[in-house]
Write a protein that binds this ligand. Sequence first.
Ligand code: MN
Length: 254
Amino acid sequence: MNILLTNDDGIYADGIRILANILIENGHKVTITAPDRERSAAGHSITINEPLRAKKIGLDEAPNSNCIKISGTPADCVKLGLEKFVDKKPDLIISGINNGANLGYDVLYSGTVSAAIEAWMLGYTALAVSLAVREEKNFKTGAFYINNLLKKNENILLNEEKMLLNINIPDIVEDKIKGVEITKLGTGQYEDHFEKRVDPMGNDYYWMAGKNKDIYIEGTDVRAVADKKISITPLSLNLTDFTQKRKLNKFLNK
Ligand code: MN
């Protein structure tokens, strides 16, 4: 397949380089357009008040591939990459492999998921891939899984009907994975608090420090990953609350 690869951890991050390498070794043509630095939690932001710098670089893991580092956000990288840096329309866009899970409400903050959303909005099938990192950082588990997914499901992925899939991989070696579950988004949340510190000049500053308070409901991405399964959540983007819409209609028309 002809694949455009991006991420939010930056073009030099392990996750994207390991995934690019395995895809290229398996015969895929890969173009990388990714941020020149870490942009985690950039959400779906785009750059409009300053220029974007794009520079071709060499990556050992992606020899003979077009690798472009861009001074923008993950969404910028998809937009600019598709317009200026692909020879022909890619079959698929992949964002990742992110260093950290993107479960539940994380998808709203995530640069990884937002890059995939951008691709989907532009008419492509897109995968957001994240490793629920603990200590080991088994990016290869994720990379091998994605490579297999492409091999076994080429017909589905190349279908006219475009899909947006949020994929989370447990951070364990491949043979410890307990299966794949198609899930819904859970209610993974953080108990945010700001640590107040003092800089060397005596000025106060604040640093966000979150504590995870995931709720492990059956059928959710949060639960599947906790159960050592690969979680695949198909996403759609219509945020309309149809129940409230019906109620409001009744109420307002009175
Ligand atoms: Mn990230």
